[in-house]
Design a protein around this ligand. Structure first.
Ligand code: PLP
Ligand code: ZN
Length: 441
């Protein structure tokens, strides 16, 4: 069976391109592009057969199908040959049953999808494997691509640098100076990327990278490039697969540039179109109050986006005031009966710490999603009997300074209710014993 995919304008003007063309927007109407698949060809195989194929491939070594992304290759990017694929066997991340945390909140079933348990520590690996594989194929077909570039709030750049290094393709990273964590800064440096630290914020870096990539020799790796969305699309499919093909009631994710919510929606919709599921979950976009353009638009009926100047937030990966994928996200929210809610610095930090005490190790963005979930429970929007999945987008270990500052109660606008600083004592047995008996309850 021959499967096919292509870029198509999301505004419905009908313009199409090959996925091997260097193009990021519709040249007819300026709309964003999206990868579309030949669903008729995919329907030749039954829903039951697809499910079995996906289950059979997971965790195997037959290249590249053991990857959570490439195990679904026909649905993601059938046109790349297996030899050109650059994969770290991303995906297949675990669903954490947050039993204790859920019980503290009176919930029946809370699950956290740990996308940060991945090669570079965030979900960005899922999309980057597809983008870099396509570029690899373009280069081996003789296209004059010199480097792949991105603006980043820290996680996109780590993923691009790692996959670029694995492929032997040069990468260029534009980071906002002093606005990413130490771990995020050192990742692309270690992988040999050309790292430029610019005296601006993410939105400023994005403007410059858009200009840079007008030169077709510099290929754009931001999520405006919809190849990333194709790989990220597997997250929703994986969640449903992990529940033995049952659809949860809610999926909550932290949102910034708004590519991932579109990806989540597209994967679930494809499952419905191909008959693997017969209903859709509701989706919640969780935003930091300091960078909340989508939330503001939601309050106004999602009529339009008014860019804001993003303020400093611990959830630095979503500190974005002018999200590129607003149009894509709006349509997804409408289709999935979606909700947008925001969390303050105090809410995201304290919720993150509260969840950590039940065995999680949350990045601040996951803290935003969990805090928003708490609010929606309190508002009665989410029923505590429903099955809720929170997407944890990065590993907490990338954000050590956030946790150190929290436990020293040094975060701005945060009253650290769960601070647990180490106790400094003289090395004296009796003193240590008495202190332990006093503190351990
Ligand atoms: C990129 C990122 C997000 C936001 O995803 P968008 O597609 O930009 O909405 C959230 N959390 C983390 C940790 C990220 O790296
Ligand atoms: Zn168009």
């Amino acid at each position: 069976m021959d499967y096919n995919c292509w870029y198509e304008c999301i505004r419905g003007c009908g313009t199409r391109y090959s996925i091997f063309d260097v193009v990021y927007r519709c040249e007819t109407c300026g709309g964003l592009l999206e990868v579309r698949h030949d669903l008729a060809a995919l329907k030749q195989k039954s829903a039951a057969e697809w499910k079995q194929t996906f289950v059979d491939r997971a965790f195997t070594t037959a290249w590249p199908y053991g990857s959570g992304v490439w195990g679904k290759k026909e649905w993601i990017c059938p046109l790349v040959t297996d030899e050109n694929i650059i994969s770290t066997y991303e995906g297949n991340s675990n669903l954490f049953w947050a039993k204790r945390f859920g019980e503290e909140l009176g919930m029946n079933e809370l699950w956290v999808k740990l996308c940060g348990n991945s090669h570079t520590g965030s979900f960005k690996d899922l999309g980057m494997t597809v983008l870099v594989s396509v570029v690899n194929q373009m280069i081996s077909d003789g296209k004059p691509i010199k480097a792949v570039a991105c603006a980043s709030t820290g996680d996109t750049s780590a993923a691009l640098a790692a996959y670029g290094a694995a492929a032997g393709i040069p990468t260029v990273i534009l980071l906002p100076k002093a606005k990413v964590s130490t771990a995020q800064l050192i990742q692309p440096i270690a992988n040999g990327a050309t790292v430029l630290s610019l005296d601006t914020d993410f939105d400023g870096c994005m403007e410059i990278v858009k200009q840079l990539t007008e030169d077709p020799q510099i290929y754009l790796a931001n999520s405006m490039n919809s190849l990333r969305i194709e790989g990220q699309k597997t997250v929703g499919i994986e969640i449903v697969q992990q529940f033995d093909w049952e659809v949860p009631d809610w999926i909550i994710l932290p949102s910034g540039n708004l590519g991932n919510v579109r990806a989540l929606g597209n994967g679930l919709k494809m499952m419905k179109d191909l008959g693997l599921i017969n209903r859709l979950p509701r989706i919640v976009c969780a935003q930091a109050q300091k960078a909340n353009p989508l939330y503001r638009s939601y309050l106004d009926g999602l009529k339009e986006l008014e860019p804001v100047q993003a303020q400093k937030t611990s959830a630095s990966a979503i500190q974005i005031g002018n999200p590129v994928s607003y149009e894509r996200a709006r349509d997804t929210l409408i289709e999935f009966n979606g909700v947008v809610e925001q969390a303050s610095e105090d809410e995201l930090a304290n919720t993150s710490a509260q969840a950590d005490r039940t065995g999680l190790y949350c990045c601040p963005h996951t803290g935003v999603a969990l805090a928003v979930m708490k609010k929606l429970l309190n508002q009665g929007v989410i029923n505590p009997k429903e099955r809720v999945v929170v997407i944890s987008t990065a590993h907490g270990l990338k954000f050590s300074q956030f946790k150190v500052d929290y436990h020293q109660n040094r975060l701005a606008e945060v009253d650290a209710q769960f601070a647990n600083p180490p106790v400094e004592l003289k090395a004296d047995y009796g003193l240590v014993r008495d202190t332990i008996h006093q503190l351990v309850k």
